[in-house]
Ligand binder design. Sequence first.
Ligand code: AMP
Length: 435
Amino acid sequence: MKIIFKSPKGIPDILPSEQKYWDFVKKIVETRSMAFGFEKLELPIFEDAKLYQKGTGLSSDIVQKEMYEVRRLGAENEEDEKDVKFALRPEFTPGVCRSYVEHGMFTRPQPVKLLSIGPLFRHDKPQKGRFRQFNQFNMEVIGNSDPLTDALLILLVWQIYADLGLKNEVVLKINNTGCKKCQPKIRKNIIAALENSRTRLCVDCQNKIYTNPLRVLDCKNESCQKIVANLPHIIDIICPDCKKHFMEVLEYLDELKVPYDLNPFLVRGFDYYTSTTFEICDKKDPTKKATLGGGGRYDNLIALYGGNDTPAIGFAGGFERIIDRIKEIEVKVPETSKTDIFIIQIGKQAKKIALNLIADLTEKHYHVSCAVGKDTLSSQLKVANKVRAKLAIIIGQRELLDKTVIIKDMRDTTQETVEMTELEGVLNDKLQREE
Ligand code: AMP
C-alpha cells in the first residue's frame, strides 16, 4: 500500500473510534442548552470576509493572519467574484449576529438563545490542542443586558463542564473589560503603564502597545507576564455602571454556588468584547494557553451590523481540547456505535432467510450486522465477537427445516433454539437485560 493523499496539516480526520466522545459532548451540550431554552442555528461555513473584519476586528490575530479566503478555482477575473471576498468562518459570533439582524430576530421574544455546533478554521501553528480546523459549540444570548443573563449563561456553561466530568479539572476565570464608555480610559491607562516598560516587552507586544494594548495582557511570554502583573487592574478603571453590573454577576454566581476566580488581567482576543468576560481554563495546563472555552458580552456588535442597539453575551467551547481532557482522565463515555444483533447463516438457503431477517429487523430499528463473504460458523462468530454484538442469531440447515433459529447470547455464551414466530419477543427480553 502506498499513501498518496494525506489530510492537510492541522486538519485531522475524526475516525469512527473517536465518535463516541463527540456524541457524548454533543449530547450533553444539546440537552443542557435545550433545558435553558436554546434553539439550534446552522450557519454557512463561509461568509463575506468583511463580516469578520468589522466584527472580530482588524487588529485581532484572526483577521490579521489566521483567516482562509474562499475562492472558486480560476474565478479571479469573473464579475461576480470581484467585490466580495469570502472567508472560511474563523468563529461563530459574527455569523450568528449577521443572521439575527438579517432575519429580524429582534421581533421575537428577547433574549433569543441560539446554539451552533460545527467546524471553524484558523491558520495557526498546529500543535497539541491547536488545529487549523477545529469544532466548537457556541451559545449566544441576544437581546438582554441584565447581569442575571450573564450569570445564567455561566451557570449553563458550568453545568455542561460538570456533566462532562471536568468539574475538578477546570477553573472558571472572570473579569470585566468595560463598556464603550470606559474602554477608551482603560486603553489610555494600560498604554501609559506599558510605555514605561516598553523595551522589556517581546517584539510582538511592542507592536501591539498602540494598536491593541489589551492583547499584551494575554501574552504568554514570561517577561511580558512580569510586566502585566504590575499593570493597573481593569476592574479599578471601569465606570460605575460596569462595576455595578460586575458585582451583580458575581453576587448571582455566589447565589448559584458556581465557583469562579477573579482574574483582573483576563482579556479576550476579539475586538467586540465588552463588560463581562470569562474563560474555562484547564487547571493543569502549564502553558496557560489551552483554554477549554471562553466567552463574554458584546453589547455593540449587533448595532455594528446594522441592527438596533442590542446587548448580547455568548460562549464557545472547543470539542478537541475537551475530548483530549476527557480521555486523559478516563471519563466513562457510553459506546454509541453498537451492534445489538449479529446474523450468522450457514448454507445458501439460510442466506436468503438471513437477508429477509436483516430487512425485517432493521425496519424495526434493531441494530443489526452480519459478515458478508464469510460462510463458516467460526469465521462469522469471530466477527460477531470483534464488533461486540450482544446477540447472534444462527441459521443453519436444521433450523431451516424446523423454522427455528439459534440465539446465542455473546455476553455469557449461552444459547437456545427459538421458533421463528417467537423470535422478536425473545430478542426484546434478552436485549433489555442489564449489562
Ligand atoms: P475562541 O473562539 O478563540 O474564544 O476559543 C474558544 C474555544 O475554542 C477555546 O477555548 C478552545 O477550546 C477552542 N479553540 C480555539 N482555537 C482553537 C484551535 N486552533 N484548535 C482547537 N481548539 C481551538
